[in-house]
Design a protein around this ligand. Sequence first.
Ligand code: FMN
Length: 369
Amino acid sequence: MIFSRLSPLLRIPALADLTRDTLLRMDAETAHGATIAALRMGLAPERSQPDAPELRTTICGLDLSNPVGMAAGFDKNAEVARPLALMGFGMVEIGTVTPRPQSGNPKPRLFRIPEAGGVINRMGFNNEGHDAAFARLKDQRVPAALGVNIGANKDSEDFVADYVLGVQRFADLADYLTVNVSSPNTPGLRNLQADEALRRLLGEVLAARAKARTHVPVFLKIAPDLDEASLDAIATVVLATDLDGLIVSNTTVTRDAVAGLENATETGGLSGKPLFTLATERLAQMRQRVGALPLIGVGGIHSPQTALAKIEAGANAIQLYSALVFGGLDMLDRLKQGLVTAIRAQGKRNLSDLVGTKTADWAAGRGEI
Ligand SMILES: Cc1cc2nc3c(=O)[nH]c(=O)nc-3n(C[C@H](O)[C@H](O)[C@H](O)COP(=O)(O)O)c2cc1C
C-alpha cells in the first residue's frame, strides 16, 4: 500500500510539523475528520519499537504494554481503534456511543484556544449508534486494551436503560466499559452522578454486566466540576458496589483558566492544558477516598512531566486527547520516552512504583510539575 510506505515519512519532524500546521489552519472539526480519514487510510506511523518493560502495567486484570490511552471522543464511531493501537497506545477508548445514532449539536461545536493549549467542545454525543460501532469492532483486531464508552441518547426517556443496553451490547466485545455520566453537553446527564441516581444507575449497569458471558471491567467517568461533598458521595456509592474503577475526569464547564482568551466564552466542556490542575486535584482527592481502587487519570496531559504528575497524583493509567490536537500524534512517543526516563532517574523498576507518591500534595492544591 502506498500509504503504509508513506507513513514513515511522518516520522521526519519537518513533515510531521507540516501536517500539524496544515491541520491547525483548518476548522477544528474538519481537521479532526481529516485525521480520522488519514488513520483509516493507514497513514499513521506505527510503533517503532516495543514498549520498555518499565511501562508495563496491569489495571483491573488488563495487561497494558504501556499506561497511555487514547481518551474517549477522538474515535467516537470505532473507525480507527486498530491504527491507534498500532501507533502505540496501551489502551484505546472508543465512543461515547449511544443506543441510537444521533447527530449532536449544530456546528460549529468544537473550538481551539490556541494561546492556552485548550479545546472547548459541545459535540453532544454525535455518533452512529451501537450497531455501527459494534459492526466495526467485531471485525477489528485491536492490539491494545479496547474500551467502549457508553452513554445515553439525548431524547431518551430513560437514561439508565440506555446504559444497560450499552452493557448488553458491548460486554462480550470490549476489554472494559466506561459509563460516561460526565459529559456537560447532554442536558441532565451529569445529574446521574448524584447519590440516589448514581446508586440506581450502577446497580442496573452492574446487574447487566453480571448477566454477560464474560466479566468485563466497568469504569465510571466523572466530571472535574464536583465539590468535596460530591466526591465523598460518589466514593461512598462506588465503594458499596463492585465497580472496577473510575476515570477522572471529563471536561470542565469552568473558564477561570482561560478567561479573556479567544473562544473562551463558547458553551461546552473545556479540555487540554487549562484543565490539567483541576482534573489532577480531583484525581488525587478521589484517590484519598477510594483506597486502592483503579483510577485512570485524564485531563490536560501535554508533556512527559504532566503525564508523570498524573501518576504521582494517583493514576494507575492515563489518557489524553486535546494535546494531540496541538502536539500531533507523535506526542505519544514523547510521553512514553519521558516516562521511562523519569522511572529510571528515580531508581524505580516500574511505573507502578510511582503511583500515588504525591497524592497528598495534589489533593491539597500543592501539586507541582
Ligand atoms: C472533541 C472532544 C470530544 C469528546 N468526546 C467525549 C465523549 O464522547 N465521551 C467522553 O467520555 N469524553 C469525551 N471527551 C473528553 C475526553 O475524553 C477527556 O476526558 C477530556 O478531553 C480531558 O482530556 P484532555 O485534556 O487530554 O483532552 C471529549 C473531548 C473532546 C476534546
